[in-house]
Every structure is written in structure tokens, then in C-alpha cells.
Design a binder for this molecule. Structure first.
Ligand SMILES: NC(=O)c1ccc[n+]([C@@H]2O[C@H](COP(=O)([O-])OP(=O)(O)OC[C@H]3O[C@@H](n4cnc5c(N)ncnc54)[C@H](O)[C@@H]3O)[C@@H](O)[C@H]2O)c1
Length: 517
């Protein structure tokens, strides 16, 4: 048991001496059982496949041995833990459990049947939990005699390592049951968040645009996977890009989540799956596990390099016209690079601030419209960075009419700031900006629909998928008005319900405008 787990234990959590049962002892069941075991509970394992529970117990013991070797568990604690671990022969052996966590096949009828049978075995006070990631908690618990004690406890893989647990309340879940589940997860050293029973819960719902926008940019042939990955990592601050991440997760697994969320939302266009990913799955290119996904993983295969522009000369001076909004930090960086910065009055046609290069080309943070426009031929868009000072790369999208000299100067300018530059096709909203705007909107929408609190959403996205900042906090720093304007422009470019800003974002931007002095 860790010190943290002890400190965080509360009297609403399941008592440490109480038996916990785990049903379904595959990948998740084993991980969850290990967590409960190390937290001090007696743990019983049950699986319908003959011998599987015993194999799982052996695998957990072997993992504890490795923790001892690494000095993360004492030999005494390992002995005590394994003495508390027992495979069960039948479901009836789980009588006396105070908490049962189910991690069986992701199939509604299988889970429903299991819980109905479990109710005949355990007491009415026993907390029942499902680890489902895509089924409705309400539907699984629908046929229970005592449905109030049924809750979702969604762990992430690998459960012993990843701190996040989504505690999901179905329509019938009692508040006391959700609180008990929450406190138990905390007592186990996890970081639980509360959420309502809606498709994808928090993480699998809000993360969808991270994959979908990258796939759309790729499908428009605006950039290749290696470049999109590099821009999202080095400019967006994400730990991994969507193509390399889905190769790791498995294209089939990632696509199945997307399809399940899309189907569950009655094919809402905001969640439409990608044709490119469908083809990848159909062709068996499932990612690392298949040796081939977006990238090849055979011996000697090398990851393709992102497109990076060759060195160009920086301009000696640029003019700043108006407020650069979320890119305002660039002005200071340009000065620090020894490039003269003049201030100039923005042109009447400019919707937002821009940098003017010596040849008259405008360099503007993407506003969601394509750069190519007869009204302003010499326009180059640059992408949003999580932090312009820290960013190692920036994507530029020149108008199809932009002069070569302007593009060379724009590339040279960012190179003088120490950034690598990826020139991509003129895609509306570029790469990071459209991804961030969609994540912010999905998060704002989820809060307003009562899926979870703003804090829990940010915690879930940082811990569940390693985002550098929570989408609610990112939206606040960008401003709801900026995000809304970007989405409205994308909505003009791609007229469908996909990019229409949510009511929640619109209200937030109106509130911000009203409170501005
Ligand atoms: N794998 C993940 O990354 C992940 C993450 C979060 C949640 N989940 C969810 O966890 C659950 C389990 O996923 P997994 O990846 O561990 O699956 P898995 O295939 O590794 O293991 C499932 C186990 O359940 C057993 N089983 C099937 N029907 C059973 C029944 N009626 N009673 C008892 N045992 C039964 C199987 O024999 C198998 O050992 C699913 O609901 C899944 O959606 C998975």
C-alpha cells in the first residue's frame, strides 16, 4: 500500500479489509485486481474461461515480483498481497464481496446477464461496478433488482499505471454509490473524476477531434501523417501526434471507439468517422501490433521525416498591424531575434491583426478561412501554438496566390525565432488551431450538458490522454470569442453541422464580450 493511498482514504471508501471481486480477468481485470490488491483488499478473481482466473492470479503475482525487483514493493507486502489473492471456481464463490468490478467482454447482453446472476450471490449492500468503455451504464444496470448501487468505474489501460478513473453515474445510480466508488478509487491512489452516462464518458468523447481533425487534414492532402504528427507535437504541445498514437493504440481499437461514439450519438456529424482510417483497418494495417499502420514497424523501417522547409533569409524588419490575439507573444520573440518591429495601422479589410512582410505579404494567425482569396492574394496563414516561445515548429499555409518572396521571408522569419517550418497546403484552420478549437468546443458543450465539471474534464484529458493543458483552460486562454470565430469560419468553409459552434461556446463568448470593459 502506498503512503498516498493511505493519506487519501476516506470513511466513505470501501473498507480496506473488505473483499473485492473482479469478474473477467483479461487485460483490464488483471490490472484492476492488482490495484485493489496492492491497496490492501482481499481480491477474488472469476472468469468463465476455464483456468483463466488462475492464470490471471499467476500473472498478477509475477507483476508484483517485478515491483519487488524494482524496489517499488517490499517483499513482505508482496507476500501479504499474494496471500490475499484467490481465483474463484464459481460465481457463487464471490458471496461476501463488498465491491464487484466487472471487466468482461464488451457486450451488453453478456454484462446484463452477469449482473443479474451476481445479484443472487452478493448482498444488497455490495457495490457493483462495470469497467465498460463504450456501453451505457444505465443499460447494463437496467435489469437489476437494486440498480441504485450500480456504477461505472472506467479504468484506463494499464490500470496499475494510469491514475485516471471515470466514475460514471447511470440514470438509476444513487449518489451515495457514486461517492463510495469515487472515494474508493481515491483511496487506491487513483485520480477519479465524476461523469454522467453519455457516449464515450469524458475522455473518449472529448478526444475525438484530436484524431478526426488530423485525419481530415490528411484526407485533404494538405500534409502527410509525419508532418501532421510533428506539428501537433512540436507546436501543439501534445505528447504524441494522432497518427503515431493510433498506431500504438491499434487502428481497429481507435476506430471502434470513434464508430461507437458516433453511432451512440445517432450519427451526429460532429463525430463522423474517417474513410482513410476505415481503409487502413480494412487492409489490416492496424498499427504497431500488425507491423504496419500509418507507419511501418518492420526491422530497419524508419519513421518518415516531417516536411521541413530549407533555410531562408529572415526579413530585416516586419510591421505589426493590430492585435495578433493568441499569437501576440510573437512580437516580443521577433524583437528578441533582432528583427526590427514597426507598428502600422491595420488595413480596413483585415478581420484581425497581422504581420506585414517587406514585400507587402500578410502573415496572419489562421482565422479558420482558407488563405486563398482574390481579395488578398499575398496572404500566408500560420498555425496556433500552445506556447509560441516553447514551440519548436510552426506550420504555414500560403494562399495559392502568395508570391514566392513572401513565403521565403515568412519561413525565414520563423526560422530566425528558432522554429522549424512546415509549409502545408492551404487548409482552413491549419492543424493545431482547428484541433484546439474543436477540443475546446467539445469540452464546453460537455460541461453545459452536465457530462462533467470543467475541472474534471481538464483533469481527465490531462491524465487520460496526456494533453498538455485541459481543453477548458485552453479555451479560457484563447478566449471563447476567438474559438467561436474560428469555428464559424470553418463552418462557412465546410457547411455541415460538424463545425457549428455549440450553444455553450456561443454563450461563453457573449458573456466574455459583455464583461469586457
Ligand atoms: N483494453 C482496454 O484498453 C480497456 C480500457 C478500458 C476499459 N475496457 C473495458 O474493459 C472490459 C474488458 O476488456 P479487456 O480488454 O480486459 O478484455 P479481455 O478480452 O482482455 O478480457 C475479457 C475477459 O472476460 C472473460 N469473460 C467473458 N465473458 C465473461 C463472463 N460472462 N463472465 C466472466 N468472465 C467473462 C474472458 O474470458 C476474458 O478473460 C471491456 O468492457 C472493455 O470495454 C478495456
Amino acid at each position: 500500500m502506498t503512503a498516498t493511498a493511505t493519506d487519501q482514504a476516506t470513511d466513505r471508501a470501501i473498507d480496506r479489509s473488505s473483499p473485492v471481486a473482479v469478474v473477467g480477468t483479461g487485460t483490464m481485470g488483471q490490472g484492476i485486481a492488482q490495484v485493489a490488491l496492492v491497496a490492501g483488499h482481499p481480491v477474488r478473481l472469476y472468469d468463465t474461461a476455464p483456468g483463466r482466473a488462475k492464470t490471471a492470479a499467476d500473472a498478477i503475482t509475477a507483476r508484483l515480483d517485478r515491483l519487488v525487483e524494482k524496489g517499488r514493493l517490499s517483499a513482505g507486502d508482496r507476500e501479504a498481497a499474494t496471500a490475499r489473492l484467490a481465483p474463484a471456481e464459481t460465481l457463487a464463490d464471490l458471496a461476501g464481496s463488498d465491491l464487484v468490478i466487472e471487466a468482461v467482454l464488451e457486450q451488453l447482453d453478456v454484462k446484463q446477464r452477469l449482473f443479474r446472476e451476481l445479484e443472487d450471490v452478493v448482498s444488497d449492500a455490495c457495490l457493483l461496478a462495470t469497467n465498460t468503455s463504450s456501453l451505457s451504464v444505465t443499460a447494463i444496470g437496467g435489469a437489476l433488482r437494486v440498480p441504485g448501487r450500480f456504477v461505472g468505474l472506467h479504468f484506463f489501460n494499464p490500470a496499475p499505471l494510469l491514475p485516471l478513473v471515470e466514475v460514471v453515474s447511470g440514470f438509476a445510480t444513487d449518489e451515495s454509490a457514486a461517492t463510495r466508488a469515487y472515494d474508493t478509487a481515491r483511496a487506491w491512489g487513483k485520480t477519479p473524476v465524476r461523469c454522467a452516462d453519455t457516449p464515450g464518458f469524458i475522455v473518449n468523447r472529448i478526444a475525438r477531434p484530436f484524431y478526426a481533425e488530423a485525419l481530415r487534414v490528411y484526407e485533404e492532402r494538405a500534409a502527410d501523417p509525419a508532418t501532421i504528427d510533428a506539428v501537433l507535437r512540436e507546436c501543439g504541445g501534445f505528447r504524441m501526434g494522432p497518427f503515431e498514437l493510433t498506431d500504438l493504440i491499434g487502428q481497429d481499437v481507435n476506430e471502434a471507439v470513434t464508430r461507437s461514439v458516433w453511432e451512440s450519438f445517432f450519427q451526429d456529424p460532429k463525430f463522423t468517422p474517417s474513410l482513410a482510417q476505415r481503409r487502413l483497418v480494412e487492409s489490416g494495417r492496424l498499427g504497431r501490433k500488425a507491423g504496419q499502420g500509418w507507419y511501418a514497424y518492420g526491422d530497419g523501417d524508419e519513421r518518415p521525416e516531417p516536411h521541413t522547409a530549407a533555410p531562408e533569409r529572415a526579413p530585416v524588419a516586419v510591421a505589426v498591424a493590430g492585435d495578433l490575439g493568441p499569437a501576440a507573444a510573437l512580437v516580443e520573440l521577433i524583437r528578441e531575434a533582432g528583427i526590427e518591429v514597426r507598428e502600422t495601422t491595420p488595413h480596413v479589410s483585415a478581420r484581425s491583426g497581422y504581420l506585414e512582410l517587406p514585400d507587402g505579404t500578410w502573415l496572419q494567425l489562421t482565422e479558420g478561412l482558407a488563405a486563398t482569396s482574390a481579395l488578398r492574394p499575398s496572404l500566408i496563414h500560420f498555425d496556433l501554438a500552445l506556447d509560441y516561445r516553447e514551440a519548436g515548429r510552426i506550420a504555414l499555409a500560403p494562399s495559392g496566390l502568395a508570391p514566392h518572396d513572401g513565403l521565403a521571408a515568412a519561413v525565414g522569419l520563423f526560422q530566425a525565432l528558432g522554429k522549424k517550418v512546415s509549409v502545408v497546403r492551404d487548409v482552413p484552420g491549419l492543424i493545431v488551431a482547428r484541433t484546439a478549437a474543436m477540443l475546446v468546443d467539445f469540452a464546453a458543450d460537455a460541461v453545459s450538458r452536465g457530462v462533467a465539471s470543467a475541472d474534471d474534464i481538464d483533469t481527465a484529458m490531462r491524465l487520460g490522454v496526456n494533453y498538455p493543458v485541459g481543453p477548458i483552460a485552453w479555451g479560457e486562454s484563447l478566449s471563447a470569442s476567438w474559438v467561436r470565430a474560428l469555428l464559424e469560419a470553418l463552418h462557412l468553409e465546410y457547411p455541415s453541422a460538424r463545425y457549428a459552434p455549440s450553444q455553450a461556446l456561443i454563450r461563453r463568448s457573449e458573456t466574455q464580450k459583455a464583461s469586457r470593459p
